[in-house]
Design a protein around this ligand. Structure first.
Ligand code: VAH
Length: 317
């Protein structure tokens, strides 16, 4: 890394907060600028530079880029599926305008490389939902999915027209213990671990057989950084990446192996419709071929890691 720095926008979010810590461990605390619309955890704020930044203002982004000599941006700020349904215009503004501003700044010569996260939400009910291919029908039925599909096309446009080095993955549901997710349909798969420890039971807002692609946070962070370091073929693709897939019943069974008395019941709500429009599992062979992607965490290994770390937090607090 030369004397430029990396800017993470949306550093307080579920993925952004752990991405900052990992990037800082690789490049050094002073090289990674964390930014968000609000202050983050002590860990995030105390071991490196933090900037309050509203990514829906281009001038504000440019100010931070110039102040810290930024050459790479990870644009992690987004409004995810459930919240985006409640506030469609705000979701579009945050999810798309922030991306357009960052791509414009790259085109104007301020940035050398951009990471932008897409999602399995770009797929819809007309998509083949078993081993969903990299290139297939994408007719999303959610505000979030529409914004992510449009974002993919904007990235492809700026790559083709201006040669912008923008890279992207389609994240599945991400499971982590450090920073809670906010407003997503896959959040049940995080909540269930917390409730298993606090209440010994969980009321799931999806039906027991709702299969969704999922990934432990460590795999998601490793995929993101590996993609940014890779020598990629020409053209743009937001890569399907996959680690595991499971149903609420299967994750509950996995928890019961560690907490035998754990119980679950199912009360599907409006989020069931969103989940039903997404794939059950993904074909990520293109990512394996283009940049040697491979995950480390299956469901059992993830459950062990989640429960171990959440127990440690509860003991400390
Ligand atoms: C959501 N966690 O549930 C996000 C994610 C694929 C799901 O995009 O909206």
């Amino acid at each position: 890394m030369n004397n430029n720095s990396i800017l993470v926008i949306g550093a307080c979010g579920q993925i952004g907060s752990e991405l900052v810590l990992k990037l800082r461990s690789i490049y050094g605390n002073e090289k990674v600028i964390a930014s968000d619309i609000k202050n983050g955890s002590d860990e995030l704020m105390q071991n490196g530079v933090f900037e309050i930044l509203d990514a829906t203002y281009k001038g504000a982004i440019l100010q931070v880029i110039k102040k810290h000599n930024v050459s790479e941006v990870y644009l992690m700020a987004a409004m995810v599926s459930v919240t985006a349904e409640k506030y469609p215009h705000r979701a579009w503004d945050l999810n798309i305008n922030s991306l357009l501003y960052v791509l414009e700044l790259a085109q104007e010569g301020y940035l050398k490389k951009v990471f932008w996260p897409s999602s399995i939400a770009v797929f819809g009910k007309t998509t083949p939902n078993i081993d969903t291919p990299q290139v297939t029908v994408t007719e999303p039925s959610t505000v979030y999915g529409i914004s992510k599909l449009a974002g993919e096309r904007w990235c492809a446009y700026y790559k083709a027209k201006y040669g912008i080095d923008v890279r992207s993955v389609r994240y599945p549901g991400i499971i982590s213990w450090k920073t809670p997710p906010g407003g997503g349909t896959t959040d049940y798969a995080v909540e269930i671990y917390h409730k298993a420890l606090s209440d010994g039971s969980y009321e799931c807002f999806l039906s027991e057989d709702t299969r969704l692609p999922m990934m432990y946070m460590d795999d998601a962070i490793d995929a993101t950084i590996s993609l940014m370091d890779a020598d990629l073929p020409n053209g743009f693709a937001s890569y399907n990446i996959s680690a595991t897939d499971f149903t609420p019943k299967e994750i509950a069974e996995s928890i019961k192996k560690q907490i035998p008395d754990f119980s679950i019941n199912y009360s599907p709500d409006f989020r069931q419709q969103i989940a039903d429009s997404w794939p059950q599992n993904m074909d990520d062979s293109q990512a394996q071929k283009d940049w040697n992607w491979k995950p480390n965490f299956d469901l059992e290994k993830m459950t062990k890691a989640m429960l171990e770390n959440l127990k440690l937090i509860k003991e400390v607090n």
